[in-house]
Design a binder for this molecule. Structure first.
Ligand SMILES: NC(=O)c1ccc[n+]([C@@H]2O[C@H](COP(=O)([O-])OP(=O)(O)OC[C@H]3O[C@@H](n4cnc5c(N)ncnc54)[C@H](OP(=O)(O)O)[C@@H]3O)[C@@H](O)[C@H]2O)c1
Length: 547
């Protein structure tokens, strides 16, 4: 196309999306030569192009300090799409049309020249295409640059207040982490609010774009049998696990500054907790869903520094084996100090103080170099009040567990007791399974596709609001303060790569008579046989409380 913007709507397969994006959006990526752009953002945009989901006259402007022209940027991005496991099969026709709209501005984030160049290139493209500015700025940058970039966007008139429908608009997407503690998050919010209205700000947490996370809302609120039992009367406790088999790869420098608590809990795990625990919103969209999630985050019982040992565990991996391969310890990774005090594993017990959840523990754990790559939520229901079957030593029993698998094998499983066929009454655990791939015959779309579309459409439902981010920092702030104030943690490293974290993580639950569910996706069964001395329900080694 002569103006180097493109019309991709008729190129890909027909879209089933009912909504339609406005034409002529300029998508500006700060940090366009970085890892996120190449591995996630451009492949996601390419997938949207393949699906015919991008608006007409769509263009991308990359902005970063590595010198490149438009052609070399296109080459780099093409390699990224071809290498990506998440990108759809490479289609030269779609790629060529998409790549024609890719542009690049070589500039430093902190120098004014780049913003002047960007302004004139945007205006030129908008004038040629005969469109008003609909500009989405995506900050795929180190967090330390975010306030500065937003200030400069304001100074150079690149962003304007939200306009009336049909007119131009400007929005800014901010990558995580949003700040590195409560104070810096408050400061960053204050700083960007000097330039942008809250409804122009899209704080992204890609977990919220995952199909399975969105499906938690569908499962809970579109099925009448679920909601009546989703509370403290029927649920014994909730477990949230996000495990990775990988170490820090090439991101040792970043991880040394972040650690597991900041990298996973402040955002992903607390957002999963909020999605599981929220009350029903009035509608999907607007502020309704975000209001209900904010309620949960506000209701988290503050961590008491006095009983930290009873509710929080930190770990750091040493050398070990994963899938039969020897792997180094964290302190031996590139970019990591040999005396590093950074945690690569955290387990936490939190409570949500409201009518629905009072006294129900939420156990959460996340770590690197664990035995499985798995993100799942286990809802452990209470045991039946009275069991009248005469069970033998071979019967297997546990309380009902509902497992929501976020990744891999996205789906939902319910474990319940069933009678073993035969003349006598013997019971065993069985599992009812819903698999996304089997039921819908498609791979779930990547989270970034969903979230990029939402931000272009102006739907903030799956993005974090200022108050949500600050509440999440508030929830973990006491841990950050204490762990950073206590100096080097002597037992580090305290778990071998390829294990489920330090033993203290198991003790955290064992003290309450419970055990982690290392279920189907982790390859370890949590079912135990009924103790013949005690023919009542025992679950996953949780003989005792609640089970
Ligand atoms: N990578 C991921 O998987 C991932 C996942 C979730 C969130 N995030 C977040 O996304 C953001 C970006 O991550 P990333 O992994 O893409 O980082 P990265 O690979 O280090 O990329 C940083 C980008 O910023 C550019 N940059 C740095 N300083 C600059 C300056 N003074 N002027 C102009 N450009 C400058 C770099 O340009 P040059 O390369 O040209 O120096 C590069 O394009 C971070 O906030 C990260 O936490 C990343």
């Amino acid at each position: 196309m002569s103006d180097n913007t493109l019309n991709l709507q008729n190129l890909g397969s027909a879209s089933t999306l009912s909504r339609k994006l406005e034409d002529g959006i300029s998508f500006v990526i700060f940090g366009a030569s970085g890892d996120l752009t190449r591995r996630k953002l451009i492949p996601a945009l390419y997938n949207l192009a393949c699906g015919g989901l991008l608006p007409a006259k769509f263009s991308v402007f990359g902005f970063a300090v590595t010198p490149m022209d438009d052609d070399s940027f296109r080459e780099q991005m093409r390699a990224g799409v071809q290498e990506s496991k998440e990108a759809k099969p490479f289609d030269p026709k779609v790629w060529d049309a998409f790549a024609a709209g890719l542009h690049y501005v070589t500039a430093d984030f902190v120098a004014p020249e780049g913003y002047q160049t960007l302004a004139s290139r945007l205006e030129e493209a908008e004038k040629r295409a005969g469109r008003t500015g609909k500009r989405l700025f995506y900050l795929a940058t180190p967090p330390s640059f975010m306030a500065d970039i937003v200030a400069r966007l304001g100074e150079h008139g690149l962003v304007t207040p939200t306009a009336a429908p049909g007119e131009g608009w400007s929005r800014v997407v901010l990558e995580k982490p949003f700040g590195r503690d409560l104070k810096s998050a408050i400061d960053l919010n204050a700083s960007i609010h000097k330039v942008l209205q809250e409804d122009q700000i899209y704080r992204i947490d890609h977990y919220l774009g995952k199909e399975t996370v969105q499906n938690i809302l569908a499962f809970r609120f579109a099925n009448s049998i679920i909601e009546p039992i989703w509370n403290r009367r029927y649920i014994d406790h909730v477990q949230i696990t996000a495990g990775e088999t990988l170490g820090v790869e090439h991101r040792g420098g970043y991880y040394e500054q972040a650690g597991c608590l900041r990298d996973m809990f402040q955002n992903h795990l607390l957002q999963l907790l909020a999605t599981v625990a929220m009350d029903p919103p009035v509608r999907y969209g607007g502020s309704s869903v975000r209001d209900r999630k904010a309620d949960v985050l506000h209701a988290i019982v503050p961590i008491n520094p006095e009983n930290l040992a009873d509710i929080a565990v930190r770990g750091q991996y040493g050398p070990g084996h994963i899938n039969g391969v020897d792997v180094p310890g964290y302190r031996q990774e590139d970019g990591v100090s040999p005396l590093s005090n950074t945690e690569t594993f955290v387990a936490l017990k939190l409570f949500v103080d409201n009518w629905r959840w009072a006294d129900v523990p939420f156990y959460m754990r996340s770590g690197k170099r664990l035995p499985s790559k798995v993100t799942e939520i286990n809802i452990q229901f209470k045991r039946v009040p009275h069991l009248f079957f005469q069970l033998g030593a071979d019967d297997q029993m546990e309380a009902n567990t509902l497992t929501i698998r976020i990744q891999p094998d996205e789906g939902i499983a319910l474990r319940f007791c069933a009678k073993i066929p035969g003349p006598e009454m013997h019971l065993r655990q069985v599992q009812m399974n819903f698999s996304y791939t089997d039921s819908f015959q498609v791979e779930p779309s990547t989270a970034y596709e969903t979230l990029l579309l939402d931000s272009m459409e102006g739907d903030p439902t799956l993005f974090n609001r200022a108050d949500q981010v600050e509440s999440a920092w508030t929830a973990i702030e006491p841990l950050i303060d204490i762990w950073s104030a206590t100096g080097p943690f002597q037992p580090f490293p305290n778990y071998a790569a390829g294990t489920w974290g330090p033993s203290a993580s198991d003790t955290l639950l064992a003290r309450d008579g419970r055990a982690w569910k290392n279920s189907a996706s982790t390859g370890v069964s949590s079912v135990v046989r009924v103790d013949s001395e005690c023919p009542a329900i025992i679950a996953g080694g949780e003989a005792g409380k609640g089970a």
